[in-house]
Design a binder for this molecule. Sequence first.
Ligand code: ZN
Length: 341
Amino acid sequence: MLRTTIVGSLPKPSWLAKPEVLWAPWALQGAALDEGQRDAALVAIKEQEAAGLDIVTDGEQMRQHFVHGFLANLSGIDFANRKTIGIRADRYRAECPTVTGPIKRMRSVHKAGVAFAVQHTSRKFKFTLPGPMTIADTVADEHYGDRVKMAHALAEALNEEALELERCGVDTIQFDEPAFNVYLDDVREWGVAALERATAGLKCTTAVHICYGYGIKANNDWKESLGGEWRQYEKTFPHLAASKIDQVSLECMHSRVPASLMSLLKGKDVQVGVIDVASNTIETPQEVAAVLREAMKYVSPERILASTNCGMAPMPRSVAYAKLRAITAGAAIVRKELGVH
Ligand code: ZN
């Protein structure tokens, strides 16, 4: 009841990449980089354990970019040929690899790192992958000319990877789909189907994370333009409720999302974002508890997980770790009120 977790990423240590920079290049190379990534994953896991989280991640310490990290071992993707394109309906520009041929997974991308991470925790372990729609929105396509076709090819590659990671002992595989908050009609028409293709045959818990993005200026400006109530989830949640996905992660703390929209997720576990990743102010346990109590008006506590609004990669390290402790302290208050420990 009221289990605790994070969306996925944590800041990288300064010896691995420049702090507080999103998608910062690695500070190490070759074998030293492999070792540094594993050491950093170990720190991330142990910090989450020390904070008391029930479900931990590797903090995404082994990838530079949450989308492009998965593309490294796929054929049909040309990293040497990068193009700067507008993404998320042109909200901001990003340098993206080009799709130059049929997308196929040549070999495992994350298996070695995940096998290492799983061995180093006794807690439940969650691993995050980008969702097919979000990947399709974060590459420069020069081959398919059809976003749906490309997303399904990506979903097949993701599915092969996910099945392999499940065999490594992963308890939850989460697909990050920030694009689901942008292309609302596409979610209904093909987004959920592509996501289900990516999760086909998985027996572990499956999750989807849909947010309003990291706390960068382009996202903060976008949020300001969305009006007094953010109702994007209202369009997508009914389709997710009807899908095979087990769990949905959404943004709540300091967002203008009406909590009542969670009632559209009947039958699903809900990762309630109780931590604002766009602010360095540490939430108090009481603030976290208040968001959880609000969520409990619409979702039973058995189905609620206290989580973050989004990844914490660009935050100062000390802030991110303090926020982890706020999650567990806030959940503990509400558990106590419910008479469970
Ligand atoms: Zn996010």
